[in-house]
Design a protein around this ligand. Structure first.
Ligand SMILES: NC(=O)c1ccc[n+]([C@@H]2O[C@H](COP(=O)([O-])OP(=O)(O)OC[C@H]3O[C@@H](n4cnc5c(N)ncnc54)[C@H](OP(=O)(O)O)[C@@H]3O)[C@@H](O)[C@H]2O)c1
Length: 322
């Protein structure tokens, strides 16, 4: 089969198609014919430097998610030809992932989907909407009366979160560093756009003098403690992204660094279940939500797909169609 195989950390231009054996089915696993997959930041991190880490076993086919058809159900209850999505659980990291014509995935990370969406739109959903949905409705316990700030609003995840907040009637403020992306945020239903510059907190407090009551922080540890000062008493901050490039809080003093009565949480997309995937597709169907697709590439254009995301000019989900 054709596959993108990582032998070491490399530049986007060095990602090339290789011939690789089609994986063989085995008990507990499912062979999927990949139809399309979304590109993720974690794949950029793995390609650019993490592949050289001692804990990464190479060669490795990257790709943490995909949409496709069951090629070999092995000992699972899936049937050949069934439309499925697959994500996470070590996909593309501890075992080979979706940057290929076929991928072998543990059956617990494969989910049937009830949708009429085409392959490209379907491929834009698993990781992005699962993470947005979990962050908002599980971690942040989003309610229609909430005023939510999304930091990193123009990311694929941010845009999907804006849609989801508006679908339940919440108020959403979304941030970008780039004034030119204001219309992108407004087009998804953002109530107020905040420009992430030195006047950021003033912009927020001029709109909501008491602050917001929830924050979805996709920039992460580099902005988290500032976010904590933008929420009202008993507000919640969910740290889901690391767009700011900092993955951890150093010397974090929970007593002094967090205002009293502010709740800090996170969301990790590693544990999807069929029940939650069903809820997400039902929600998308019911509210007629469609993913924002930036561009669709072919497998041999994978380097261009990585470059587009790396340049922060995608403005939506980057998709590769097999
Ligand atoms: N917790 C989980 O399980 C989980 C799951 C999926 C994704 N994630 C994380 O969620 C984040 C969003 O993922 P995505 O795929 O949706 O990203 P994406 O679409 O590639 O995000 C692109 C946006 O990121 C913003 N950005 C880039 N660098 C930034 C910086 N230094 N400071 C502030 N903003 C910056 C840019 O916004 P502007 O140029 O408009 O400012 C750009 O439009 C990533 O950190 C990803 O790793 C986490």
């Amino acid at each position: 089969m054709k596959a993108i195989v990582l032998y070491k950390s490399c530049s986007p231009e060095e990602l090339n198609i290789s011939e690789f054996p089609v994986p063989e089915g085995k008990p507990g696993w499912v062979l999927i014919k990949v139809r399309a997959f979304g590109i993720n930041r974690s794949e950029l991190i793995m390609r650019s430097y993490e592949a050289n880490s001692p804990y990464m076993k190479l060669p490795r086919i990257p790709g943490i998610e995909c949409a496709g058809e069951i090629e070999d159900p092995c000992d699972s209850n899936f049937t050949k030809g069934q439309r499925v999505i697959a994500l996470m659980g070590g996909m593309g990291r501890s075992f080979d992932g979706s940057y290929a014509e076929y991928t072998l995935v543990p059956s617990k990370n494969v989910f049937k989907v009830d949708t009429t969406l085409g392959w490209e739109e379907l491929a834009a959903i698993p990781e992005t909407y699962y993470t947005a949905y979990g962050s908002l409705f599980d971690s942040l316990k989003l309610k229609p009366e909430d005023i939510l700030l999304i930091r990193g609003g123009t990311s694929a995840l941010g845009l999907s979160a804006i849609q989801l907040v508006k679908s339940v009637g919440g108020t959403v403020l979304a941030s970008t560093r780039n004034e030119n992306k204001r219309d992108l945020l407004l087009s998804q239903g953002t109530d107020n756009v905040l420009i992430d510059n030195e006047t950021f907190t003033e912009q927020l407090f001029s709109l909501h003098p008491k602050g917001v009551n929830k924050v979805l922080d996709l920039i992460g540890p580099s902005t988290l403690l500032e976010s904590a000062r933008l929420v009202r008493h008993h507000g919640i901050i969910c740290s889901t992204g690391v767009l700011g490039g900092k993955g951890m809080l150093n010397n974090f003093d929970p007593i002094k660094d967090l205002p009293s009565g502010i709740y800090l949480t996170g969301f990790f997309s590693n544990y999807p279940t069929q029940e939650i995937i069903n809820d997400i597709f039902e929600h998308l169907n019911q509210h007629k939500l469609r993913p924002i697709i930036s561009r669709v590439f072919s497998l041999d254009e994978i380097g261009q797909a990585h470059t587009l995301m790396e340049n922060n000019t995608a403005n939506g989900k980057v998709i590769v169609r097999i």
